[in-house]
Design a protein around this ligand. Structure first.
Ligand SMILES: Nc1ncnc2c1ncn2[C@@H]1O[C@H](COP(=O)(O)OP(=O)(O)OP(=O)(O)O)[C@@H](O)[C@H]1O
Ligand SMILES: [Mg+2]
Length: 599
């Protein structure tokens, strides 16, 4: 029996444990320096992801997740994996302690989801932990308790084969981080969504989810899913994406020299306002890859209404030598060396598939763009049907709904005549008809005006709506032209971007203005940073003006367009605004009379 009490966990840091025989080794500095560094534990959902990925790496086929109070009180993951020896049960909490890789060369052909030996150390540092684990060939297991990273006790324990790790009181010793947590309900939803995404990545395992003591759902394993023609079980896909997709799932697979892909495409009748219905697995790893998501949107191209994204669950298999997993602190992104080739192949496979399967729902083509408001189309919104809002769907964005670009308008009498044409011509103009007048509206100029107005008001009142990214984005630090990081950081914060500088060479983007969808964060941030760096010399007022001059152009490609009817109502309200001649003008009926002649 081990009896080991420590206030500063010398067992973890000292040589005593490292020299014991176990599978876990502490990585060398050479390997450590090659790992993507950064914040591992942001919120309960990120803890869950690390624990479940550990269970999968341990070969588990049964995984039960039990959470209390949105994971803030407790997140417990139990598995039937291979368990840990008594030595490893202690050593696993050391920094850079891993059984999964040894040398830098192992990073190029990873077979496991984890590899940095960082997750448990990071989680242990900000919580209280109880670990019970037993290896199959042992009669007895080990129980370890830690608090704030310090070992409290280690003892033999009669436990089943496998591992049960409970994380309690997350952030109990870091109140500043605890403050960033959302309501328990919201954290619980994010935990559930993350678990479902992990379940999609591992169809060979049974998953059970228990919330506040009540079993909520379970998903049955499909051990042979890889050899199934149709890929993963459609029931699991529907359970994860929302039951409304069940009758719209199109089993899809394809192979080219660059990739092998299988899974389900959701027929374009069901779409979302964001990319969160796109679930992608690269070589078995759930990733949130912005570029691949955009690629899939491109492939669906003509089937989609503007501002809508498709839904799918796709397992991509790529040769190991083309994929680098070591690019993001939470391992949620990958770098694909032949990305362009993979994109091109993916687009071709999906396009050909959709054209063959669904020619009848083709809505428009590049030359005949889809109208903004498609009356009577069978399209459904995945958000409205599931009862989840876009922001609820994925833990990456704040649960507090970002302020809509338009305040809700409920005029007593609607001045807009319902017979007004909903055509947008030249991809830009539309008619707006009131009882007495006809107007021409330049939709694009109007939207630019609105967004600029909105952002200007937020900046001037010092209250830019911000949303935190679940997975902060990592950037190479740009050249600052002699300015300090702090001065740039301050300006960016006023504009709604929160950054940190974690090792002098890398920056992390932690929040972005709430008007934007998270998946565009990198592009928007880079553009905004460009404006700031060009103008930082000019002082706060002038700098803000410069930023506002460019803000519409920066945000334009990314904001969500409201319905055309709402645009028209709002434009009508503003038709006497001093700037309104930039976007809405009366149609000159006298002029028409003149050119057409007659009475
Ligand atoms: N559920 C589990 N079953 C068996 N062994 C586990 C389990 N969880 C963790 N371990 C062991 O503990 C080690 C440390 O886990 P940790 O998650 O900190 O690092 P990792 O998975 O190796 O890398 P990463 O930081 O990228 O997740 C693992 O390498 C593994 O040997
Ligand atoms: Mg791990």
């Amino acid at each position: 029996m081990w009896v080991l009490v420590s206030s500063k966990s010398p067992v973890i840091r000292g040589e005593k444990v490292r020299q014991k025989v176990g599978l876990i080794r502490t990585l060398t500095d050479e390997v450590i320096n090659n790992l993507a560094a950064g914040e591992v534990v942001e919120r309960p959902a990120s803890v869950l992801k690390e624990l479940v990925e550990n269970s999968l790496d341990a070969g588990a086929t049964e995984i039960e997740v039990a959470i209390f109070a949105g994971g803030t009180q407790s997140i417990r993951v139990s598995d039937n994996g291979k368990g840990m020896s008594p030595e490893d049960a202690v050593h696993c909490f050391g920094r850079h302690a891993t059984s999964k890789i040894q040398g830098v060369e192992d990073l190029t052909h990873l077979r496991s989801l984890g590899f940095r030996g960082e997750a448990l150390a990071a989680i242990a540092a900000v919580s209280e932990i109880n670990l019970k684990t037993r290896e199959a060939e042992k009669d007895v297991g080990t129980e370890v308790d830690l608090s704030g990273g310090d070992i409290q006790s280690v003892a033999e324990a009669g436990v089943p084969v496998g591992t049960r790790l409970e994380v309690k009181n997350l952030f109990f010793n870091t109140p500043a981080r605890k403050k960033f947590l959302k309501k328990e309900q919201t954290e619980a939803k994010w935990l559930e969504v993350s678990l479902k995404a992990l379940a999609l990545a591992a169809p060979h395992a049974n998953f059970r989810f228990v919330q506040d003591g009540k079993p909520k759902w379970q998903m049955t394993a499909d051990p042979d899913w890889l050899s199934n023609e149709s890929g993963p079980d459609p029931e699991r896909v529907a359970a994860c994406l929302g039951t409304q997709v069940r009758s719209h799932l199109l089993s899809f697979s394809g192979q080219t020299e660059a990739l092998n892909v299988s899974g389900f495409l959701v027929s374009p009748e069901v779409t979302r306002r964001d990319t969160q219905g796109i679930r992608l697995m690269v070589n078995g790893r759930w990733v949130s890859d912005r570029v691949l998501s955009q690629t899939i949107k491109t492939a669906y191209g003509p089937y989609l209404e503007p501002g809508r994204y498709p839904m799918c669950v796709l397992h991509l298999r790529l040769p190991d030598e083309h994929v680098d997993y070591n690019v993001h602190p939470q391992k949620s992104e990958v770098r694909i060396s032949n990305r362009r080739e993979v994109q091109a192949h993916l687009i071709r496979l999906i396009t050909v598939f959709l054209v063959t399967k669904k020619p009848q729902v083709l809505l428009g083509t590049k030359n005949h763009p889809v109208n903004y408001a498609l009356k009577g189309t069978p399209h459904t919104s995945a958000e409205t049907q599931s009862g989840l809002s876009a922001r609820d769907w994925f833990p990456g964005v704040s649960a507090e709904p970002s302020e809509p670009v338009f305040p809700p308008i409920t005029p007593v009498t609607d001045p807009l005549q319902s017979s007004a044409s909903d055509e947008v011509f030249h991809n830009r103009f539309t008619f707006v008809k009131t009882e007495s007048d006809l107007w021409v509206l330049d939709v694009n100029s109007f939207l630019r005006h609105e967004v600029k107005d909105k952002i200007a008001a937020q900046i001037r009142s010092g209250a830019v709506g911000k949303q935190r990214l679940l997975f902060p984005l990592q950037f190479d630090a740009p050249a600052l032209g002699g300015h300090s990081f702090e001065s740039i950081e301050k300006v960016l914060e006023v504009f709604g971007f929160e950054i940190s500088n974690f090792d002098g060479e890398k920056w992390m983007l932690k929040s972005l203005p709430s008007l934007l969808a998270e998946d565009n964060a990198r592009d928007v941030f880079e553009s905004a940073l460009g404006v700031v760096l060009e103008n930082v010399l000019f002082g706060k007022e002038a700098m803000t003006e410069k930023y506002l001059e460019r803000v519409a152009e920066i945000f334009e490609p990314y904001w969500e367009r409201p319905q055309l009817q709402d645009i028209k109502r709002r434009a009508l309200q503003l038709r006497h605004h001093p700037d309104s001649d930039g976007f809405i003008r009366p149609a000159d009926v006298d002029f028409f009379k003149e050119i057409f002649g007659g009475r």
